[in-house]
Design a protein. Structure first.
Length: 289
């Protein structure tokens, strides 16, 4: 969101970017003319001097496109949704039994995976997932995996494997394939790559209805969604999916199918080419031929 705010990448719901920022809660300010307002004003002076046809905004999803359309800074410019793509050769379904053997995970476990660059980033919601998992204490054979920097405390007796930071795509595809579901309890997010990576590996997703996540996680098709911060609903969604292996298998197949149809990198490239071709002046068409 930084293009339309006074500096923050995510506003955590404060909404002040729609009125010029100031008194920014993220920097602990009560001054209406603080640094966030000054940065917002500088952006205003730049964007206000641009004609609408001089800038075209690319949003990764409907949520961000809506943010742009309501932004005093950017609303005069055209916006097109072009989601990021994923490498479907690297991120592809692997044999789950082999994946679990490699990672040392029991074959009969019900495996929940969480991944983020930083597990301790509050916005990514690991603490809320931990609370949700307490409601699954009576669920047999649960197993939790996390990927990312940091080692947060887990207040549950569920077996837990923290794999730390992983930047190898093929290893990540093994990890996704070893999981029964991928949990994305983000409080606010744009288009998390991890959701597409999990889906490309045929792993259904459970998370909060936040940001761009609903574009990818389609309830009953590729996963399940809960209202943001509703831990009880998140717990119920995880339980429902873990209880029914047939549903998980069907959702996993749908995940892969939808990624192949809508989110391959080739699709991302094609959408950009089409946008450039639409945007180029018509008088240059003869030159392009």
């Amino acid at each position: 969101m930084s293009a339309l705010t006074g500096g923050c990448h995510f506003d955590h719901g404060c909404g002040k970017h729609e009125t010029g920022c100031g008194a920014c809660p993220q920097i602990g300010s009560s001054d209406a003319y603080d640094l966030s307002h000054q940065i917002w004003q500088r952006k205003w002076s730049v964007f206000n001097n641009l004609e609408p046809e001089r800038l075209h905004i690319i949003a990764l999803n409907r949520w961000m496109a809506d943010m742009v359309s309501r932004s005093p800074l950017l609303q005069k410019f055209p916006v097109t949704v072009v989601p990021n793509g994923v490498d479907t050769d690297v991120f592809a379904p692997r044999d789950p039994r082999s994946a679990r053997d490699v990672l040392g995970i029991p074959q009969d476990a019900r495996v929940i995976l969480f991944a983020a660059d930083s597990i301790s980033n509050r916005r990514k919601g690991f603490a809320l997932l931990d609370i949700a998992l307490r409601g699954l204490r009576n669920f047999k054979n649960l197993f939790l995996i996390s990927v990312g920097r940091g080692t947060p405390q887990v207040d549950t007796d569920i077996p837990y494997l923290n794999l730390g930071h992983v930047d190898n795509g093929r290893l990540l595809s093994l990890i996704y394939s070893a999981a029964d579901l991928y949990a994305i309890p983000s409080l606010q997010d744009n288009q998390p790559n991890t959701v597409l990576e999990a889906m490309a590996c045929g792993t259904p997703v459970v998370g909060f209805d936040a940001g761009g996540i609903p574009d990818m996680v389609r309830p009953g098709i590729t996963g399940l969604l809960a209202p943001v911060e509703d831990v009880t609903s998140l717990c119920r969604a995880i339980t429902d999916l873990l209880k029914c292996s047939d549903t998980r298998v069907a959702m996993g197949a749908a995940c892969r199918r939808i990624v192949m149809k809508e989110y391959r990198r080739e699709m991302q490239t094609r959408r950009y080419i089409e946008l450039y071709e639409r945007s180029l002046p018509q008088t240059s068409s003869a030159c392009r031929r």
